[in-house]
Design a protein around this ligand. Structure first.
Ligand code: NDP
Length: 432
């Protein structure tokens, strides 16, 4: 990695960080002021993105450093309000790169559209009719969105699911047709919704059923990404704990999150700390990713950890994370939001599959950092150090005062807003 100029990035001022990025050719040759301006969402664009728009809501954008993914170096842009998330990602990426970095596997990007039919009188006849009409269904779907076919994608096959009536839940029997669509570089919500709406009346006509709706499914089980890492124990030792002890504690923590939904939710929240930050920064739909991820975590019938940490035959710690990642590099707000344009640039304009690889690796990094902290130092030590800065800002501290108040706050027994205000008051009195 071209480390020199980015070294000690966290200790620099914002302007120095931007200068370093320009010097290292991560940014176009532009002034610091031009760069800052280029990230602002113009009011006119914002007004056309949503309804009843009255302003813009800003999030800090930071960089995850040291990522080595499938042999490629990445600076990972992260939009998040939560302290310590980016520091944790950097730490984990630095450790994992010493062990060779992340390797990833991404499935073919196939998204699913659903059409649900009710009031089917003859189940077998309806299923046979739909199966026999597969080619026609695909033709109707592709004719509804011909441009994606011209690009090399489009509807490719169907799958059928019969859901029995459930008296306890008060739900009717349903014939659900899944339309599988290759959406290429797009997440594909609009492509799929256009297709399933076009197919709906035809399905009603051949099954004698009544369509409840046609809609994309965010449970993108045909669009999965997996990241793995392999960490030798000698780089895991920490504060008097041997590498073997830390490895075994991480494995136990992982087993806890696989066995217990209460722990699994928190474990997965930590994974999503990184994933959401990158999904948002790249202009993708974080709600779609969150919904799909949590459904995938419950695929066995019990909500479990999305990640798994185990011991390799040679004693190394092995980490693995899989989840559906239907993200895009085109569509939605990606090409109109200046922040998203910048983040795709700093990632080196990855295609959708590469973007999935980066996102899933970041999730695994975040998980490693959180679990390792939990089983060694505890999570609060690092977290509260950064939380002190937020409290200092909330207390009204500005400029140099922020560091001074945060530092004093960390020495206090009760780190809260009241104490921060008292420290700030005293600091200002002393300065007079
Ligand atoms: P868009 O419809 O905005 O954009 C996709 C379009 O980009 C394609 O139809 C295609 O149009 C064009 N395109 C250009 N180059 C490519 C390429 N290489 N590969 C594929 N398409 C390309 O976005 P999506 O359909 O992806 O929908 C995403 C948006 O939908 C997000 O904003 C999401 O929030 C929203 N949404 C989400 C829902 C959900 O998750 N349940 C429901 C409804 C909306 P052309 O070929 O004609 O140029």
């Amino acid at each position: 990695m071209r480390k020199s100029k980015l070294d000690r990035f966290y200790q620099r001022t914002i302007d120095e960080r931007i200068e370093a990025l320009i010097a290292e050719n991560y940014l176009e040759d532009q002034s610091i002021a031009e760069f800052k301006d280029s990230l602002i969402l113009p009011a006119e664009v914002a007004n056309h993105m949503i309804e009843n728009q009255i302003g813009t809501y800003h999030l800090p954008l930071g960089l995850g450093l040291h990522f080595l993914i499938d042999g490629n170096e990445y600076l990972i842009p992260m939009a998040t309000e939560e302290p310590s998330v980016i520091a944790a990602a950097c730490f984990a990426a630095k450790t994992i790169r010493r062990a060779g970095g992340f390797t990833t596997e991404v499935s073919e990007r196939v998204m699913i559209g659903q059409i649900a039919l009710k009031d089917i009188k003859d189940k077998v006849k309806a299923i046979d009719a739909v199966k026999a009409a597969e080619e026609e269904i695909i033709t109707i779907a592709n004719e509804a969105h011909p441009s994606i076919v011209k690009r090399g994608g489009g509807a490719c096959n169907i799958k059928l699911r019969w859901i029995d009536e459930d008296i306890e839940q008060d739900t009717p029997s349903l014939l659900v047709i899944h339309l599988h669509v290759k959406t290429l570089e797009a997440m594909g919500a609009n492509i799929i919704n256009t297709m399933v709406e076009a197919v709906k009346p035809y399905l009603e006509s051949i099954t004698d059923g009544k369509a409840i709706m046609g809609i994309l499914s965010n449970y993108a089980t045909e669009c999965l990404a997996t990241a793995r890492c392999h960490i030798p124990v000698d780089i895991l030792a920490r504060h008097g704990l041997s590498g073997i002890e830390v490895r075994d504690r991480i494995i136990e923590a992982s087993q806890f999150a696989i066995a217990d939904p209460y722990r699994a939710v928190t474990n997965n929240k930590g994974i999503m700390n990184g994933i959401d930050a990158l999904v948002i920064a790249t202009g993708n739909d974080s709600r779609a990713i969150e919904a799909g991820a949590h459904a995938y975590a419950a695929r066995s019938g019990q909500y479990r950890s999305l990640s798994k940490w185990t011991k390799a035959d040679n004693g190394d710690l092995l980490g693995e994370l899989s989840l559906p990642l239907p993200v895009g590099t085109v569509g939605g707000s990606i090409s109109i939001h200046p922040g998203a344009k910048f983040t795709h640039q700093i990632l080196g304009f990855p295609d959708a599959k590469q973007l999935e690889s980066i996102i899933v690796s970041l999730g695994l990094a975040q998980n490693f950092a959180a679990i390792r902290a939990l089983v060694t130092d505890g999570i609060q030590k690092g977290h509260m150090a950064l939380q002190a800065k937020s409290l200092a800002i909330s207390s009204g501290a500005t400029g140099d005062e922020i560091q001074k108040v945060a530092r004093a706050l960390r020495r206090e027994k009760h780190m809260n807003l009241k104490t921060a205000r008292e420290i700030l008051l005293k600091l200002r009195e002393d300065d007079q």
